[in-house]
Design a binder for this molecule. Structure first.
Ligand code: AMP
Length: 319
């Protein structure tokens, strides 16, 4: 929690599992190189970025696994936002998931140099389901594990189950991914992943095909070119927030999803209107993330900065 924020604004209670938003994904050690610098061993992971961002909107609980090497200082980062970490398992027999990536001139596409699944290989996620759980986000990780999570929740009781994925899983576990897609209401993925998953070059055709796989709501992120939403018979498009300095795009997708799901959980209903607002909040949260390495920029954020940028975004996209 930043110094300017009150405990109430943080909105989160640490002691119980009665949080309406649950995220399952990776908590990682990353090594990232961009045209503007390099960071060896920094805090990352799809569930880390997601939970940090969504906690600005709603109480959130995280389910993930780390190894015996997981730095205490990373755990402290998540605790700054009072994220419920009861579901963060420590596997003392293994090492934390690691990802090494780089960005070249095209900052929209991460190039994976190495992925060490480590403790993810033996992970058997056990989610703590309670009556207040309404929103579930399956952040980018193994689709077989995403399915194991879905099998543990009472889907009819949930208001929304959403999922993210990436080329790594589309290429290595496509059948599993197609299977899990039958059980989710919404998918968030980028333009390249849409093309890889569907074989369609055109994103509208790609979105239609994905909806046939299962999720009725499809959100396609296009990096600096914004986002497309497909919902029932409607389309919606938003640009990215225009930024002069993009430093490290890592986590942009996860924090987009964190802002979007955090907002939907806060308002408590999924309609065309709330989805559009949610996508705008996702865009704003991602725009902060890319301004610094790792979660550094997010750790300086407060509600006022989020709201100010949101209002400015509304102004520059309204005509
Ligand atoms: P993004 O929001 O797409 O930039 O996600 C960046 C985060 O995804 C990094 O912090 C990585 O630790 C994490 N990541 C990279 N590869 C994978 C993978 N195969 N499965 C799950 N998480 C990953």
């Amino acid at each position: 929690m930043s110094n300017t924020e009150t405990k109430e604004e943080s909105q989160v209670s640490q002691t119980s599992n009665n949080q309406p938003l649950l995220v399952v994904g990776t908590v990682a050690v990353d090594s990232v190189k961009t045209p503007f610098g390099e960071r060896e061993q920094c805090f990352g992971g799809s569930a880390s970025y997601f939970s940090y961002c969504s906690s600005f909107f709603t109480p959130v609980q995280l389910c993930a696994v780390v190894g015996d090497d997981f730095p205490e200082e990373y755990r402290n980062v998540l605790q700054e936002r009072d994220i419920n970490l009861n579901g963060l398992e420590v596997n003392k027999e293994g090492k934390t998931f690691r990802w090494e990536g780089k960005y070249e001139a095209d900052l929209n596409s991460a190039i994976t140099l190495d992925t060490h699944l480590n403790v993810l290989l033996d992970f058997d996620p056990k989610v703590q389901v309670n009556d207040s759980l309404e929103y579930l986000f399956l952040a980018n990780f193994d689709p077989d594990l995403q399915l194991k999570v879905i099998e543990q929740v009472d889907k009819p009781k949930l208001k929304l189950t959403a999922l993210d994925t990436m080329n790594f899983w589309i290429e290595s576990k496509k059948e599993s991914l197609l299977n899990v897609l039958k059980h989710v209401d919404m998918i968030v993925l980028n333009d390249g992943e849409t093309r890889l998953l569907t074989g369609e070059t055109n994103l509208i055709k790609g979105a239609k095909k994905i909806r046939e796989f299962g999720p009725g709501i499809v959100v396609i992120k296009k990096g600096e070119h914004g986002v497309l939403l497909f919902f029932e018979d409607q389309y919606f498009a938003l640009p990215a927030f225009p930024l002069e300095d993009v430093f490290d795009p890592t986590g942009a997708g996860d924090t987009f999803a964190g802002g979007m799901m955090g907002y939907l959980t806060k308002v408590g209903e999924v309609t065309a209107d709330t989805l559009k607002q949610a996508i705008a909040y996702g865009t704003i949260m991602a725009s902060f993330t890319v301004e610094k390495f790792s979660l550094d920029r997010l750790r300086e954020l407060d509600q006022k900065q989020i709201q100010e940028r949101f209002e400015l975004f509304r102004k520059i996209t309204n005509f």
